[in-house]
Ligand binder design. Structure first.
Ligand code: NAD
Length: 479
């Protein structure tokens, strides 16, 4: 049965590489019916800050499958990234990015490289919740949920099982972000125990990224958080030869979206020189997702055979290795000419029996909510041209029956009480009021009223809770 798919041509090189990819799918007799929707720059410029017209949602909600070329997100001006909106509103929690080396046919320092990056796609710093709080300070909220961690980690292990992979590596920065990244790492350790036949390890993301760049052959499947996954998959694609080579899928329980990992490359747009391989690799993942595995095998092997034949776009072209430099259109023609052929030296693919969707087991374990008690509050205040002793002199007088000032920090550094209380910091002060016993919410209001009466600009509050008696908040640095 013909599968309708929603197609977005995107911006920059988007239309050129989409044209190329669709021409290859057509020649390979993929049984799909593309429905074209308008997204991106034009839509933004027409006044839709989301980058997508309301009518386009109808096609997406019906087909549930999107093949999307990259789009340009205008800077500033209240525009929201369409990519982030699509991923979040369609529940596309897993971003799967396979990256392989095509050595010796593509110039790369790495002969062996065959990794799949599974990136959490809905949470972390990409929630886009940002505020300017004082004259000097802005913030971005990093939100991480246990459910989100479980879903993505389980997806990565299921992917490893279904695709005959041997190891899953976790990357986080939990030595610094003990609560957010700590939750991700702990969840990884818990779920890894359920998969005794798959090896597992953990890297702090900075050394992990360095190892990807230097020794990519040691990695198999990598599971990581949203921002780190975005960065390391570009590193991986770039060292494999070109950022133009890698494709990705964004998968949820109901919808899926397929794309290249690179952006809209405005610097080379309209010149017929972009490499369509990344989008084509995304389209191959789409074919597997909709069960057209034979066509996926045909197209992917033709792509590998073309690269092996030395017919390369400018990003891959290397005098010593390449035989012919071609533009986007001619590269697509070459792939079409290679349909039915298999690579001779590169490993040919075979998607028979493989299923993207069978890796979708995203079950989340039931757990009993922990006992939560309010024990204090961090009140953030905008106070200018003062040191911590002066700030404490004012806010230290504020108290309730159960709460008193315990410490003051400035951008996470505890500055009062202590030796550095006399130094000047910026205008963003966190005043921590803690009690010995749980307190009612009304005591926070009492404190805020005291700030108001003293005409101190409180910019936000964070309640401090204990969970099963353990603090659900970090201490300031140096506390
Ligand atoms: P980019 O990936 O577009 O380009 C980085 C470099 O790689 C450029 O030199 C470009 O010419 C080159 N390149 C990228 N794809 C190529 C290809 N297929 N063939 C040959 N060379 C290629 O990154 P950028 O310049 O940082 O971003 C440009 C725009 O793309 C921005 O507006 C950004 O927001 C957007 N973007 C969109 C997506 C998406 O839609 N999924 C992803 C990333 C960036």
């Amino acid at each position: 049965m013909t599968t309708p798919i929603t197609v977005a041509y995107g911006d920059g090189i988007g239309p050129e590489i989409m044209e190329a990819a669709l021409s290859i799918l057509k020649a390979a007799k993929a049984d799909i019916k593309p429905e074209i929707i308008e997204v991106g720059k034009k839509v933004y410029e027409s006044g839709q800050t989301s980058g997508i017209a309301p009518a386009s949602w109808e096609s997406i909600h019906r087909t549930k499958i999107i093949l999307k070329a990259p789009i340009t997100t205008p800077q500033g001006g209240g525009y929201k990234s369409l990519n982030v909106t699509l991923r979040k509103s369609l529940g596309l929690y897993a971003n799967v990015r396979p990256v392989a080396s095509y050595y010796p046919f593509v110039s790369t320092p790495h002969q062996v490289m065959d990794m799949v990056i599974v990136r959490e796609n809905e949470e972390d710093l990409y929630t886009g919740i940002e505020h300017r709080q004082t004259d000097e300070v802005v913030q971005c909220l990093k939100l991480v949920s246990r459910t989100g961690c479980e879903k993505i980690v389980r997806y990565a292990f299921e992917y490893a099982v279904k695709n005959n992979r041997k190891k899953v590596s976790c990357m986080s920065k939990d030595n610094i972000m003990k609560m957010t990244d700590g939750l991700f790492h702990r969840t990884f350790n818990e779920i890894a125990k359920e998969y005794p036949n798959i090896a597992n390890d953990h890297y702090i993301v900075d050394i992990g990224s360095a190892r990807i760049a230097a020794k990519p052959e040691i990695f198999d499947v990598i599971v990581t958080m949203n921002l780190y996954g975005d960065i390391i998959s570009d590193i991986a694609a770039e060292i494999s030869g070109s950022v133009g080579l890698a494709g990705s899928s964004n998968v949820g329980d109901e919808y899926a979206m397929f794309e290249a990992i690179h952006g809209s490359a405005p610097d080379i747009a309209g010149q017929d020189i972009a490499n369509p391989s990344g989008l084509l690799a995304g389209a191959v993942m789409m074919l597997v997702h909709i069960g057209q595995n034979k066509i996926a095998t045909l197209v992917h092997n033709a792509l590998l055979a073309t690269i092996e034949s030395g017919i390369h776009t400018a990003d891959l072209y290397n005098k010593k290795i390449s035989k012919k430099k071609v533009g986007t259109k001619d590269f697509a023609k070459a792939v079409i000419d290679h349909l039915g052929k298999k690579p001779k030296k590169l490993r040919a693919v075979d998607y028979a029996g493989k299923s993207e969707s069978s890796a979708k087991k995203s079950g989340v374990s039931l757990r009993i909510a922990e006992k939560k008690e309010l024990v204090g509050v961090d009140i953030f205040a905008d106070i200018r041209n003062q040191n911590a002793i002066q700030v404490a002199g004012v806010v230290g007088k504020f108290k309730t029956a159960g709460l008193a000032l315990q410490s003051i920090s400035n951008r996470g550094l505890k500055v009062w009480p202590g030796d550095i209380s006399g130094l000047k910091y910026n205008d963003h002060w966190c005043c921590r009021y803690l009690g010995k016993q749980p307190v009612p919410h009304g005591e926070i209001l009492e404190l805020l009223n005291q700030f108001k009466a003293a005409q101190i600009d409180f910019i936000k509050t964070e309640n401090l809770y204990n969970f099963e008696g353990k603090p659900g908040f970090t201490a300031g640095q140096g506390e």
